[in-house]
Design a protein around this ligand. Sequence first.
Ligand code: NDP
Ligand code: HEM
Length: 487
Amino acid sequence: MPGHDERNSRLTTTAGAPVADNQDSLTAGDRGPVLMQDWQLIEKLAHQNRERIPERVVHAKGWGAHGVFTVTGDISHLTCARVLQPGTQTPMIARFSTVAGEMGAADHERDVRGFALKFYTEEGNWDLVGNNTPVFFVRDPLKFPDFIHTQKRHPRTNLRSARAMWDFWSLSPESLHQVTILFSDRGLPASPMHMNGYGSHTYSLWNDTGDRVWVKFHFKTCQGHRHYTNAEAETVVGKTREGYQEALFGAIEDGNAPRWIVQVQIMTQAQADALAFNPFDVTKVWPHADFPPVEIGMLELNRNPDNYFTEIEQLAFSPSNVVRGIGHSPDRMLQGRIFAYADAHLYRLGTHYEALPVNRPRCPVHHYHKDGAMRFFENAPNSDAYYEPNSFGGPIEERSFAEPPLRIEGPATRFDHRAENDDFSQPRALFVLFDDGEKVRLFANIAAAMSGVPDFIIERQIELFAQVHPDFGAGVCAALDAVDPQF
Ligand code: NDP
Ligand code: HEM
């Protein structure tokens, strides 16, 4: 064979020994049983038994690709982050996902989509782990596991439970904004390319003089919004359960690299102090009229992974991964997430998950974390400097990277986040944005999703919709009536 490299194409065991026969087990006689000494067979079967790792507890079904982030705007007065300096190009990787379905779930299900980005910056990895919606269902991390339980399977029936979902939502008015988006047209995007992404939380940017502003990140699709109705999605799923993978992988293979315009909204501390609502509440957006989006860059996905498992399944995002010039905010959900993701990866992928090729930063990494399962990186920089401080040239801290202090005030207690919180105005602003057709589809989608839910739960939820807008409550009632005149 031309160019055939014998040594590179030779099949070996994991220990590197050439395999003489990969077709026939070692047996006693031509019809006889397999011998225990056939360690090639045993190695093969043992490896197959270990091919699966736990799927993500949420966002298990996903699709991803490599790309590049190019800064086209100039916010260098606000941040010293290298990744955000004008003209900078940074390699990155994206993973999109549905939230509730397991790894084998159909792609075209009505659900929020994950929109997770890892930027391999010169000063470490920056992960922006957002969704295709600007808000979330709950505003306190204490509520997250309960919320997710309602999205997953019922313990006895092992079926998804509409009763649990609407029970929780109708008892959690802070979910109204996200519920309205979920059941609107944008709740079922046609592909990952045809939806926006949002950092959702409030983050911060800080500069070399220690000034901090609050920001929200937005990723506006350049492919245009495309979504399916429930009926269209049923047809698609009848034909393929992998429509997103096909669309994203296919577009990139065909040279149609999807793009998103990157924008930030900016809020000063003085504006935050004067705001009528909590700017760190992830159930709220910042109105564009008050905080106009500023275009800062372009995201392009242009390379498919060569190996889905190593590059997408082993990909580990964490909101704890920020870099110099980019910071967190007091958003309590974000604070909860800073803990939750790294902890999830320690369980799902193992102690040294950050050293896996797809997670490994593209800048030098020097730390004093030591051993543990699957430690496969070298001593850095030398084997005598394995504690700190040391006299043997080990890595040392760099004070110029210190983040400016974050102002914190008030007594520590469990504040009632529901007290005096307006959960209705922003969903109302969205509802009035919908045209008549969108409203009718919103009502119908909600009515369809309420099938089998006890009346007392439906009534409680309709009261909430009516507080958003009387037409919202009445519209859902009418749609329910159309499905079941008894209601
Ligand atoms: P604007 O009219 O200035 O902005 C409306 C925003 O809503 C745009 O970002 C637009 O996204 C998005 N949008 C338009 N149609 C739909 C739809 N059918 N479903 C979901 N989103 C849609 O108003 P405000 O900034 O005052 O926001 C009004 C409401 O719009 C908010 O309460 C919120 O629900 C929603 N929204 C607001 C965002 C924000 O950051 N302010 C972001 C996304 C939604 P696009 O430009 O891509 O069409
Ligand atoms: C995935 C926890 C809120 C977006 C995950 C995972 C966990 C988790 C444990 C699985 C991680 C893994 O195994 O790789 C939480 C907790 C939350 C929260 C505790 C609230 C306190 C949110 C919010 C968003 C979000 C508000 C979006 C704004 C995502 C995305 C993924 C994810 C996109 C998938 C990441 C990937 O593609 O690997 N979350 N989450 N989550 N979460 Fe959250």
